[in-house]
Design a protein around this ligand. Sequence first.
Ligand SMILES: [Zn+2]
Length: 353
Amino acid sequence: MSPCFIVPPELLERILRLGQAADREAALATLSIDHSIRTNRIQNAFLAAIPRRRHHLVHGGRGRPHRTIFDAHHRTDVHATTVLRAEGQPPCSDEDANHAYDGLGDTYRFFWEALSRDSIDDAGLPLLGEVHFGRNYDNAFWDGERMMFGDGDGRLFKIGGFVRALDVIGHELCHGVTQSTLNLLYTGQPGALNESISDVFGSLVKQYRRGQTAADSDWLIGEDLLGPAVRGVALRSLRAPGTAFEGDLQPAHMRDYRVTSSDNGGVHLNSGIPNHAFYLAATALGGYAWEKAGRIWYHTLVVGAVPPDAHFHTFAQATLRTAGVLFGVASEEWRAVAEAWVRVGVLSAAQLG
Ligand SMILES: [Zn+2]
């Protein structure tokens, strides 16, 4: 299992290079926690989660989430045991816990109502969240079992911002959905696809909650999250990759694909390409994005037979096959998806025949 952080490392690395001393310290602290999580904690947490899943299945969701929000007490080394709010309990005195509880519920509701998926594993897996992870920690991530939220340091990221960003929560939980469906590798093109799928469904969770059409959506991930030390509007933009914050290097076309050894081969960068393809397909089709483009993407996860090491091209062709099954080959939906992948340079018009 890979650690699936929401904040692209290049944002923190840019602060290290260009930020003020205090901000550099905050970025460095977050990056070093991320690094130790990457190397130690995740595999252990995920391995430990496997036998527990069987127990969780007993509770089964069938349209009802099963949430537990824990207080990490600013620790980063063990899973927290203090429960702040369990399923069905009224709001507690910790506002961050209440936001996390609501965000997990909204994400569950989206997958259940819009896509008939019963939680992360489609078998009612309970949703576990931890708030107050680390001290002034500027990130949030899915560790294979729990959704972990830092408080933010107030300079790079707003305090309490991560628990209030529904698209961030949707993004992170979708890593669990991808893990239990395609199980894409977290490196290079399959890693960028993994990131993109989380951005796509993170955005859809937010759009569904707000009742927004594709035309109404901001197509941003993590707007209102950045603090005063980061210039920008969000972490990522599906509409205009590379414009979310100052120093955002996401490409929107294959000709600008970034070859790099950092960030698992640029998984948070090159995700801009499939992100933009989804945006193009969804806005071409209009209406609610989860009804057509979202459905095509989702069914590609579930029945698309996409291998874990898939490159963009393989995934694109799988979305076309799915569009053909759901809506008909050469249907309006099929053509919108084909056109989107051609416009980002993943498929060529000639290949489509
Ligand atoms: Zn991610």
